[in-house]
Ligand binder design. Structure first.
Ligand SMILES: *Cc1c(COP(=O)(O)O)cnc(C)c1O
Length: 427
């Protein structure tokens, strides 16, 4: 007899491609079927069969306060009762713009959208409109949402223009996107030497979280800042994941680097659909209706979503919040590394604020090529051994993990214990 999880997922596959509304949820890389989630509270989620999991996915990053935080839920309920959407200015939009611009110094102006994809797509258009140039640079392994121009992988040789990484994207669209290696300053300098006057923007995850977790070298980001300034290219920090995740001022605060534009999402919506882009006033003023670069959104600045974001931003701005969150992530990765060591596993782990990476590799990777060297079979076996013990980590060796303020000592200890058992089983 098939389980309830199986029944629902099989029916879902008939009506929804692969049964999911975003690909990685389908467990394609780890195999098996995903549990169907019924509810969450704090650090835990429950599936439709009532099985409980300690959750390290956190809706892929937004849930920095854990699931269904009472103050966030109350804020949403209160605002929803007064209307779900107006398509007209509200005072709450000003409040959140105030919090964002006060907290992150590089944001002189900010505009809200409904997803991270919209934020990065618009930031690219804005940078092109501002500079009057077409070429953009991205780095292999960095993900910036699913806009056409950013769905691109490296061409056949270094310093060639990119190839579409998805069907349905015309090569002409990615012909303006150069794909370079992350953390490779020389390759970057070479690209600017050859194409400097045509480069509209460089977009980067200043801590990469979509090829597992890879930290940028400070020297790499500093070189990037210098080259963009020298050549008049717009530096875009894609902080959709790292914003309010690695620290209150995101990765730009961590590295003390001021980008020209920043994209945000995930945490700033507290679990509701919110994205934002912002930065230098002279650039932001090119946006319609003030300027010639078009951008719009029926639900942009949605009051219910903004209420969730504001409630979240208020709670995470409390003194000591990030110290505690970072300590939780550090305890988790240290405990897991210790467990791996005692069981003789080739494993490493690291964290940045409230995000972490787990690698079946001796040391944390610093490049995309090193990420690709991680043992995927080991990860997949580890993933299922953890899930079976009620620990939910991202179903892919190439995703980062997240802790929330709801993860306490009990959850971390239980997770390390489960990891020890999982590592034993891998032997
Ligand atoms: C998640 C993510 C995006 C896309 O955001 P969506 O809300 O999923 O569209 C863009 N950039 C980065 C760095 C992300 O992590």
């Amino acid at each position: 007899m098939s389980s309830q999880n199986q029944q629902i997922f099989e029916r879902a596959r008939e009506l929804i491609p692969s049964g999911v509304n975003s690909p990685v949820r389908a467990f394609g890389s780890v195999g098996g079927i995903p549990p169907t989630i019924a509810k969450g509270a704090g650090a835990r989620i429950w599936d439709v069969e009532g099985k409980e999991y300690i959750d390290y996915v956190g809706s892929w990053g937004p849930l920095i306060l854990g699931h269904a935080h009472p103050e966030v839920v109350a804020a949403v309920q209160e605002v929803a009762a007064d209307g779900l959407s107006f398509g007209a200015p509200t005072a709450a939009e000003l409040d959140i713009a105030d919090v964002l611009t006060q907290t992150i110094p590089s944001l002189e102006q900010v505009r809200l959208v409904s997803s991270g994809t919209e934020a990065t797509m618009t930031a690219i258009r804005l940078a092109r409109g501002f500079t009057g140039r077409s070429t953009i640079i991205k780095f292999e392994g960095c993900y910036h949402g699913h806009a056409d121009a950013l769905l691109v992988k490296a061409g056949s040789g270094a310093l060639t223009f990119g190839q579409p990484s998805s069907a349905g994207v015309p090569p002409e669209v990615t012909a303006h996107t150069l794909v370079l290696d992350y953390n490779d300053s020389e390759m970057l300098a070479d690209a600017f030497r050859r194409n400097g006057d045509n480069i509209a923007a460089v977009i980067v995850e200043p801590v990469a979280g979509n090829m597992n977790l890879v930290k940028a070298h400070a020297e790499f980001l500093n070189t990037l800042r210098e080259l963009c300034t020298r050549h008049g290219a717009v530096l875009i920090f894609d902080e959709v994941m790292t914003g309010f995740r690695v620290g209150l001022q995101g990765a730009q605060g961590m590295y003390s680097i001021t980008p020209d534009l920043t994209t945000l999402g995930k945490v700033i919506g507290g679990g509701m659909p919110v994205g934002a882009f912002g930065g230098r006033r002279d650039i932001m003023q090119k946006i319609a209706p003030l300027g010639p670069v078009y951008q719009a959104g029926t639900l942009s600045g949605n009051p219910v979503a903004v209420a969730a974001g504001l409630a979240t931003l208020k709670l995470i701005s409390a003194p000591g919040f990030y110290e505690k969150l970072s300590a939780t992530a550090t305890d988790l990765v240290n405990g897991m590394m210790q467990a791996a060591k005692t069981t003789g596993q080739n494993f490493s782990a690291q964290s940045a604020g409230g995000m972490f990476g787990l690698y079946f590799r001796t040391t944390p990777p610093e490049t995309y090529a090193q990420v690709m060297e991680c043992d995927r079979d080991k990860f997949n076996a580890f993933f299922h051994a953890m899930l079976g013990q009620g620990i939910s980590i991202a179903p892919s060796a190439f995703e980062a993990g997240f802790v929330s303020s709801a993860h306490g000592k009990a959850e971390i200890d239980a997770t390390i214990e489960a990891a020890r058992t999982a590592f034993e089983q891998l032997k």
